[in-house]
Unconditional design. Structure first.
Length: 721
């Protein structure tokens, strides 16, 4: 059935369902009234918005500015109408009782019916965090996290992933994705590092083509395979300062007493550095990609020029939201707060109050946020905001600006013409075509850091010994934001583990997670090590552990390998002549001490559901082409370390990545640069490179990202000499 025919049927369904759920008096009044301009799809969106806005009461407007969590309305869907809600979201792990695509469609439609039953019938917009595929839905395609996608340097692939994600999200009835994170991760100790495309703002700009995939081109938002994208977290969430005092204070405390050490922290910076390192991705996302929504960060900014010691929460910053975002960058979409974001705004009169207060509400609204993610406090937020408007502390003009932006997005999404989701496209979820894209992304994201004696690619005829905690764990290779907020350990999603991928190619495989099985007779050892899943502050190094999560996730976070993984590497690499180590993690892990015994080292990142993509490069079906999206430190003392630092001597620099047979660049210039990079890296491996080789290679990659190919070649030639 064509999209046009589906929309005709959807429009007919809207008419039937709306009349069924609307009060009789309202339905009768509307039938007798003159046609309302906002209901006329033949008029411009601006005119429809103006007409609808003029008809709305203050209560209805404030309701549009409010977003509740699914759990707050699931038991009593009539609350959507009672609270005049403009939006509902599902947080990580918040799913219908039956976590199937069809159940998601039914749930969203049930809530939508309540929104359409209200006086003006303004449709609901449902939102979700689909940050590496539709990770809340069982059976969805789980793509590599952004740190891996950044390592592909493949902007076209990022767009394809965005489109596939949008198709799966929209197929379940959801038109809004709180993605992508265009943050720039400047410290690997941050628990959200893997949500970033990398440490260079130019790389975030390059890979933001995922927005094009999610939204399509202008005018395509109402297509049934597109969703509203969200650039987040505005701004500087990956640029906060690691709090060593908090880390020290956390030692010895119970997990629930510990505080985050870097996530939601403070940027201590000049405006110039903040513009360069934090704001750079947002200009292109808005002006070129036309991103429809932006989410402020939990973090704060403390301007050096204004005197250190006066941090301002991003959710409270009129300077950055209204002045910079809506003013200088001319952003005309909607600004959505993060989860209870305004709750963190300090109230001078109630400094210990972690909930909502009149002060927090008015500061948040006046700063420029348009819709407020109030998962459990929607009625309270509405009551407080109404009181602030009545008292004159929030202007009617500010309310109208917020609601105008929200309504405009809803019209763009086509929600007034087809608010109800169809189950026609649920087969898009986890489709073979999308899994093929994910497998391609996995292969392209693998970064070959070391390849002594051309250990890779492997021969399928070899007798292979596989060990390590992450060889056969889909939950670990998918990472956080998979089925739940923090992710989980074990077979939590359908997919192919790395071990499955190896077994599909090589007939002779011995698997022993802890390397306790005999190694005799094995030709090759493959040890798959790394991290267990985490999300946000629970992944901060030195921060709180996830006490309610699986046993592996309850371990303290650091950049060091687990003791069991170190032992597996030591045993396998000592016993088997060819030893390959794969690091499955959301950030670099310290391997300096083990590096001498390892023949081939691969950064596999968090590949997601398609572990066969790892096997594709291990066995040479596809070449290694990935390059580091972040600098790989020698020791914990080096962190933070980033491209452009004055003292830059990482174990492996930003942009490092060995290629194997069959690799080729994207066009003549790219291939020329790649060949010179190959020569430079070969010179490093041979021990003939200049002392500053790491900076030369990293700076060359930055030059490429900014379009300066000539400079990149000059730097690489120096490293190759």
């Amino acid at each position: 059935m064509s999209t046009r025919h589906r929309r005709i049927l959807a429009a007919l369904s809207v008419a039937v369902l709306a009349s069924a759920f609307a009060p009789a008096s309202t339905a009768a009044a509307e039938s007798a009234a003159a046609p309302m301009a906002y209901k006329n799809p033949g008029l411009s969106i601006d005119r429809r918005v103006a007409d609808l806005l003029a008809r709305m009461t203050l209560v209805e407007k404030v309701g549009q500015m409010t977003q509740a969590e699914r759990a707050a309305v699931a038991d009593d869907p009539t609350r959507v109408a009672q609270w005049s809600l403009g939006s509902v979201l599902s947080g990580g792990g918040s799913t219908p009782a039956q976590n199937t695509p069809a159940a998601w469609v039914a749930m969203v439609n049930e809530l939508q019916a309540q929104a359409l039953s209200t006086r003006l019938g303004i449709p609901l917009i449902y939102g979700i965090d689909a940050v590496h595929g539709h990770g809340n839905v069982y059976g969805a395609t789980i793509f590599p996290h952004n740190v891996g996608l950044g390592s592909t340097r493949d902007a076209k692939l990022a767009e394809q992933i965005g489109h596939a994600t949008a198709a799966e999200v929209r197929a379940t009835g959801i038109p809004w994705d709180f993605s992508p994170c265009v943050c720039v991760s400047r410290d690997e100790r941050w628990g959200r590092s893997y949500e970033s495309f990398g440490e260079d703002p130019a790389l975030a700009v390059k890979m933001a083509t995922v927005i094009d995939g999610l939204q399509g081109r202008p005018g395509q938002l109402d297509d049934d395979d597109r969703v509203l994208a969200t650039a987040k977290h505005y701004a500087g969430d990956g640029y906060t300062v690691y709090d060593t005092a908090t880390a020290a204070a956390n030692a010895g405390k119970n997990w629930w007493e510990k505080k985050y050490t870097i996530d939601q922290g403070v940027n201590v910076t000049s405006r110039a550095d903040f513009n360069r390192l934090a704001l750079t991705p947002y200009g292109p996302a808005i002006k070129q990609r036309k991103v429809g929504s932006v989410m402020p960060s939990f973090s704060s900014v403390d301007w050096i020029e204004d005197g250190i010691g006066n941090p301002v929460k991003m959710h409270a910053s009129n300077e950055l939201i209204t002045g910079t975002l809506k003013g200088q960058l001319d952003f005309d979409g909607l600004v959505i707060s993060d989860w209870e974001g305004i709750h963190q705004i300090p109230d001078p009169a109630e400094p210990t109050n972690g909930g909502l207060t009149p002060y927090k509400v008015r500061v948040g609204v006046n700063a420029g946020t348009d819709m407020f993610m109030e998962p459990n406090s929607a009625p309270q937020f509405e009551e407080l905001l109404l009181a602030e408007v009545a008292a004159g502390r929030v202007s009617q003009a500010r309310i109208d600006d917020a609601v105008r932006r929200i309504l405009h997005v809803k019209f763009e999404l086509g929600l007034f013409e087809h608010p109800y989701a169809s189950a026609d496209n649920i087969d898009e979820v986890g489709s073979a075509a999308h899994r093929a894209i994910a497998r391609k992304a996995v292969a392209e994201s693998q970064v070959l850091l070391k390849n002594a004696g051309k250990a890779l690619p492997l021969r399928s005829s070899s007798k292979i010994y596989v060990a390590g905690s992450n060889a056969d764990n889909l939950g670990h290779q998918a990472g956080g934001w998979t089925m739940t907020w923090q992710g989980d350990s074990g077979a939590v999603i359908p997919g192919t583990s790395i071990l499955d991928g190896i077994r599909a190619v090589a007939p002779s495989v011995t698997y022993s997670a802890d390397a306790s099985a005999p190694t005799a007779g094995s030709d090759v050892g493959v040890v798959v090590v790394g991290e267990s899943p985490y999300s946000e502050g629970y992944g901060d190094v030195g921060g709180p552990e996830c006490g309610w999560c699986s046993v592996p996730q309850q371990a303290s976070k650091s950049l060091s390998l687990q003791a069991a993984d170190k032992a597996a590497i030591d045993k396998v690499c000592a016993a088997i002549s060819t030893c390959v180590v794969l690091v499955v993690s959301g950030r670099p892990q310290l391997v300096t001490d083990q590096l001498g015994s390892i023949d081939a080292l691969v950064a596999s990142w968090l590949p997601g559901s398609e572990g066969a993509g790892v096997a594709d490069v291990l066995f040479g079906k596809k070449p290694f082409t990935g390059r580091l999206s972040v600098s790989w430190p020698r020791s914990a003392d080096q962190v933070p370390i980033n491209v452009g630092d004055a003292d830059y001597q990482p174990l492996f620099p930003f942009g490092w990545g060995l290629r194997t047979k069959g690799a080729h660049g994207d066009g003549l210039v790219d291939e020329l640069v790649s060949l010179v990079r190959d020569a430079a890296q070969a010179n490093v491996v041979a021990g003939g490179a200049p002392a500053n080789w790491a900076a030369l290679i990293a700076d060359a990659d930055h030059a490429l990202l900014t379009g300066d190919n000539v400079k990149a070649l000059k730097l690489l030639f120096k490293a190759a000499s």
